[in-house]
Design a protein around this ligand. Structure first.
Ligand code: GLA
Length: 391
């Protein structure tokens, strides 16, 4: 009898110990760069090193973007022992050397794989090789894994992602685990203790509100799908509305400003998806606006709620630490709006109506008075006004 109890205790302890993720990572939404949105599978060592250099020289690293993630297209097969083979034409020095280079710049390194048999580009996935791949990543010095969901067949999503989480944990190197299951089986309901972030939708496209038959949509449509997910996001476990399209030329600077503002309001991971080597001034000003990034990185980790929806015109509010708020007035439509807002109505909703705040415009970098006055402004087509109510 005693022996049986002992065995049960041992089994419970072992399963408890193995069922963990790295808890001290991604306490604020991860920031970095990912190769997919701009380069697709056409990636190589020279390009990624140049991006790493540019992350430093442009000031992106110092603005907080630290993970350089290579997406699909770096792998080519498996050897007889099942080890993943790197495409040597693209990465002649191998992944470890690239990771070392990136680390030497004060940046962190991320990689991509898939929970199914193949990646979305038809390259080898990690199905059946989870522990072996995780050990390999750890030995290369990987700090971040984006784990996709193509070719999953009849696999159970939760079990598949748990398996890789356990493999990463066993490999022992702290790795941010980014679940890319496109929201298909509502990962916000099961992934809190499995990954540090999870995609909530199909792929983002570089447009305002287009939709593709094969999947993918513009950022405003992705935004619509974040309503109702607010309570699932927080320090160490973030809703991920996909990587940024800012600077990829499909939208105007003003429209990208709105996209970036809303991603920061959502506490979204900020993975730049543009060619950092050739950034225009407008793109730099957006991606490196410290006051806007501060909303995203606020330690409270609260996702914004849609406070009012007037059709094309919406008001979003994000609670910040120290009883402050961020408010976004977003015009998704083609007509101008004249906004008149009594701040008290917004403050009341958050139980803060007794306070008086300074109103700061985070794109114009100037004060707009206090919450004692009525806010009266014009909001142009596809534009945003983003303010912080400061105590
Ligand atoms: C899926 C993902 C994308 C990207 C590609 C790579 O579509 O959602 O973000 O990783 O695969 O093939």
């Amino acid at each position: 009898m005693k022996k049986a109890v002992m065995i049960i205790i041992i089994i419970l302890t072992v399963s408890f110990l193995s069922a963990q993720k790295f808890k001290n990572l991604a306490k604020t939404p991860p920031m970095g760069w990912n190769s997919w949105n701009c380069f697709g599978p056409d990636i190589n060592e020279k390009l990624v090193k140049e991006i790493a250099d540019a992350m430093v020289s442009t000031g992106m690293r110092d603005a907080g973007y630290k993970y350089i993630v290579i997406d699909d297209g770096w792998q080519i097969g498996r050897d007889k022992k099942g080890n993943i083979i790197v495409n040597k034409k693209k990465f002649p020095s191998g992944i470890k050397a690239l990771a070392d280079y990136i680390h030497s710049k004060g940046l962190k390194f991320g990689i991509y794989s898939d929970a199914g048999r193949k990646t979305c580009q038809g390259l080898p996935g990690s199905r059946g090789y989870e522990y072996q791949d995780a050990r390999q990543y750890a030995s290369w010095g990987v700090d971040y894994l984006k784990y996709d969901w193509c070719y999953h067949g009849k696999q159970n999503s939760e079990a598949s992602y748990k398996l890789m989480r356990d493999a990463l944990y066993k490999a022992g190197r702290p790795i941010v685990f980014s679940i890319c299951e496109w929201g298909t089986t509502k990962p916000w309901k099961w992934a809190k203790d499995i990954g540090h972030l999870w995609r909530t939708t199909e792929d983002i496209l570089d447009c305002w509100d287009c939709i593709n038959d094969w999947g993918g949509m513009g950022w405003t449509l992705i935004l619509d799908k974040q309503v109702g997910l607010e309570d699932y996001s927080g320090p160490g476990h973030w809703n991920d509305p996909d990587m940024l399209e800012v600077g990829n030329n499909g939208l105007t600077t003003k429209e990208y400003r709105a996209h970036f503002s809303m991603w920061c309001m959502l506490s979204a991971p900020l993975m730049a998806g543009n060619d950092i080597r050739k950034m225009l001034e407008g793109t730099r000003d957006i991606l490196m606006n410290k006051e806007v990034i501060a909303l995203d990185q606020d330690s409270l980790g609260k996702q914004a709620i849609k406070f009012k929806d007037f059709g094309d015109y919406e008001i979003w509010v994000k609670r910040l630490k120290g009883d402050e708020l961020a408010v976004a007035f977003l015009n998704k439509g083609d007509n101008d709006f004249h906004i008149i807002v009594k701040w008290k109505n917004i403050l009341r909703k958050f139980g803060l109506s007794e306070n008086i705040y300074k109103v700061r415009d985070l794109w114009k970098h100037k004060s707009l008075g206090t919450t004692k006055t009525v806010f009266d402004s014009n909001l142009g087509k596809h534009d945003i006004i983003l303010v912080r109510l400061i105590k």
